[in-house]
Design a protein around this ligand. Sequence first.
Ligand SMILES: N[C@@H](CCC(=O)N[C@@H](CS)C(=O)NCC(=O)O)C(=O)O
Length: 201
Amino acid sequence: MKLYFAPNSRAVRSAWLLYELGLDFEIEKFNLGDPKMRAPEFLAFSPNGRVPVLIDGDVTLFESPAIAEYLAARYGEGKLAPDAASPEYPTFLQWFHYGEGMIMGPVNNYMVETFFVKPEHRSEVHAKRALKLMGRMVQAIDTHMADREYLAGDFSIADTITGHACIVSERCGVDVSDMPNLTAYTKRLLARPALQKAMAL
Ligand SMILES: N[C@@H](CCC(=O)N[C@@H](CS)C(=O)NCC(=O)O)C(=O)O
């Protein structure tokens, strides 16, 4: 298996999950903004030149949530994603999709305004607005996490996707001082050796 990876990107989610599953994989490492991510060889796997991309035999997959579902279904042996018949399943589905659907939009806008565009094209107003919206999105997680350790029952791919989006939001600088359940949750995730390994790549 091969993972196209960049530090401090959504590819951390895929490496984290691969380590949680104890799967062997090789890494092709980029840095965000690397022109090699626009080379035709890479665009053939990832039409927008984005990471992560997973190659598993003759399977090529981009989109970190799709990679997570694929790895859990093929290699999870019933762990890391509740069965459709389980009472946790609807909750799992909702929070699995929440990270990419609701949190990463404002994260993307914030990153564009503070990192991706040239300083002269950045807008402080848009950056602040994105940070405020990110704060609202993670507030819902703080409320949800009041009486639980993980997003849906046991640790699952909802945590590697949406939990990772929470960690990224905190790192962007969202004010989480009044979100004790969220901060306890991200601290719990950051204590997992598999995530520590993925973040050190
Ligand atoms: N929805 C996609 C988003 C992929 C994405 O935007 N990846 C970013 C890093 S987090 C990227 O590769 N950016 C490089 C670029 O835009 O050049 C996923 O979840 O995999």
